[in-house]
Design a protein around this ligand. Sequence first.
Ligand code: CP3
Length: 340
Amino acid sequence: MIFVDACFGKKTAHTPVWMMRQAGRYLPEYMKVRTEVGDFLSLCRNPPKACEVTLQPIDILGVDAAILFSDILVIPMEMGMELKFIKGEGPLFPTPIKTQEDIDALTVEKAAEKLDYVYETIKLIRKELDPEIALIGFCGSPWTLATYMIEGQGTKTYAKVKKEIYTNPAKMHSLLRKVTDTLKIYMSNQIESGADVVMLFDSWAAALEEDIYFEFSWDYMKEISAFLKAKYPHIPVIMFPKGISAFLDRIDGDFDVFGVDWSTPIELAKEKLGDRYVLQGNMEPTRLYSKDAIKEGVEKIVKVMKNERHIFNLGHGILPDVPVENAKYFIKTVQEQTKI
Ligand code: CP3
């Protein structure tokens, strides 16, 4: 598989390329399936339909990897929290975590078991997908998930969750411990079901100051990756802590690929981490609105990475109103420009 080879730093015929959120609302084919099924969470819980939308970007855009269609928030949901997706507003946990008793009530093994619809989806995708194309499984980082669990929704200030860190660190660690333990089982199950690569999304990494970031987020992510690498050395692990370019000197751990977000200069990531990790990223997603901006963005990154130890991607998810034609142009441009 070209994508797995690239994750391990091997030379490939071209630099593999995919996009975060590649299965989603910018595709009319996705909207059709979502409307048929009803809502987003029902789609996540419907293995044949989740499999269908996972495969859409492979057929439509020709990307070099598939990513499981699901969401990071199914973990807190199956640990016992009610989850709603409000149209136009994003995810909502109506009863967020407040007390130690709320944390104690969350399940670990049972949550991982209840996620059988995800494992079923992975098995179906692996059956249908071209054997040369890798399937990426994923989860959110313990810190990013804990943020949603305590804030109840997206936040600008992170006041509630950060208040827990500074006023009650032991309680915060007990929540992160439970989420970490669940994720270890969940990611193992994804791999056993057929995921060829796994990726950890730390979307809210940039909310924390340096030492606190390492104590409350990175150390837990590292624990999960070390656990997975010891158990499944042949499965590449991708880490994506978004927005922490100031802390690159302190990044370490047993994983294979470092996901570079669009705000981090790729030259800087290469200088600090390029010898130790393959880099993934990092075109600014808004460039997808203009073909000229796409061409320029791809050229700039190719010039730095030189088709070595690199996986092409956006530096965060594709936006819902990007023209499909431009997304196709991005994929084609990367594949042509990096061909050896
Ligand atoms: O194509 C893929 O990348 C695979 C599927 C995937 C989704 N969410 C589908 C989705 C993945 C990998 C995610 C990860 C995810 N989910 C993250 C981490 C990555 C990141 O973006 O930083 C986060 C923070 C979430 C939480 C989440 N899910 C939010 C904030 C939202 C609402 C915002 C939005 O874009 O509407 C979702 C919903 C969601 N997850 C959609 C999709 C396709 C949109 C649902 C819809 O209306 O159909």
